[in-house]
Design a protein around this ligand. Structure first.
Ligand code: ADP
Ligand code: MG
Length: 300
């Protein structure tokens, strides 16, 4: 495209809340054949909440949640916030300034797995099965059954272990963005395949993908793995776009032919992307491709 055409399209995009950084992304966007969407915060609203809970010990739900929340209080992860909110709802004694009723020591983040800390002399682990197995915590058949049931209905199961034993589980739900399904089917009508990528487990990811109409899912994928998946698709000769919001998406956003960041996402993702969707609305993925199509057809 001519510099003028790029300037016009960039201006038009900006007025619609689609920030295009440079002409190269604009020149490639109309050739995109596959779009890889991150799950949490991109296809979903990114504000998960605890919608169900189960006890697996004689501890009270309040006690399990207070200890879990104390461990999660130091983390910025959306699941952490959901656990803290839930504990607060159960317990009126919450200190509104510190967001906790107990202090945690030795707090650790286990990326893609959960958190751990010592609270009131107890070792508290909060996270997925992988975290529990890595710490030699036994998963009983009863717990296994709850995890499976939770994941099959598109929820993430957060396990809470106290001193090495599963004491409770929380089912966390993060609703799809209302426009997600519409955008995926519109892209399909344009001949563009939508793919989901996530650090979350296979069962939950597959259930959510089904709701939104996505057939290809890459689950339990870490940041490096996300970028590798993009390169695999490019290796098949496809022009690939990536849409993401998190720090864990930034390598994939940079690797893609067209990286699109959700405006409400982290600064790292926004910096790594070629295009920023300022309204955080997935319909603007189509807006960006349309702008590219129009810019390039005008000069032909
Ligand atoms: P995503 O790619 O969906 O943003 P992450 O890579 O951040 O997911 O996390 C993957 C999985 O690890 C989550 O679905 C959850 O099971 C577990 N997990 C990560 N962080 C936490 C946390 N702070 N508390 C509990 N579970 C967590
Ligand atoms: Mg995300």
């Amino acid at each position: 495209a001519t510099p003028t055409a790029v300037m016009v399209a960039t201006g038009k995009g900006a007025s619609q809340g689609v920030l295009i950084k440079g002409g190269s992304a604009l020149e490639k966007a109309h050739k995109v054949k596959a779009i890889v969407f991150d799950k949490t915060g991109t296809l979903t609203v990114g504000k998960p909440s605890v919608v169900h809970s189960m006890l697996f010990s004689s501890s009270s739900l309040q006690e399990v949640c207070d200890l879990a929340a104390a461990a999660e209080a130091n983390s910025e992860h959306p699941i952490s916030k959901a656990v803290v909110e839930y504990a607060k709802k159960l317990n009126s004694k919450y200190d509104s300034i510190n967001d906790r009723v107990m202090d945690a020591k030795d707090f650790k983040v286990h990326p893609g797995a959960g958190v751990s800390a010592i609270v009131c002399g107890k070792t508290v682990l909060v996270g997925n099965k992988r975290l529990m197995l890595a710490s030699n915590v036994l998963i009983s058949r009863e717990v296994e059954k709850y995890v499976t049931e939770t994941e099959n209905v598109a929820r993430t199961c957060v396990l809470v272990a106290l001193d090495g034993e599963i004491s409770g589980a929380l089912a966390v739900s993060d609703p799809l963005k209302p426009e997600a399904g519409r955008v995926v089917s519109f892209l399909a009508s344009m001949g563009i395949t939508s793919i989901m990528i996530t650090g979350d487990n296979q069962a939950t990811a597959t259930a959510i993908a089904q709701e939104v109409g996505i057939n290809t899912v890459f689950a339990e994928t870490d940041p490096v793995g996300k970028a590798e998946k993009i390169k695999d698709l490019q290796g098949k000769g496809l022009t690939v776009a990536m849409v993401g919001d998190g720090i864990n998406d930034s390598l994939a956003l940079a690797a893609a032919d067209v990286g699109m960041a959700i405006g409400a996402g982290t600064d790292v993702a926004i910096e790594a992307a070629d295009i920023v969707l300022m309204k955080s609305n997935l319909e603007d993925v189509v807006t960006a491709i349309d702008l590219s199509l129009k810019t390039l057809s005008r000069i032909r």
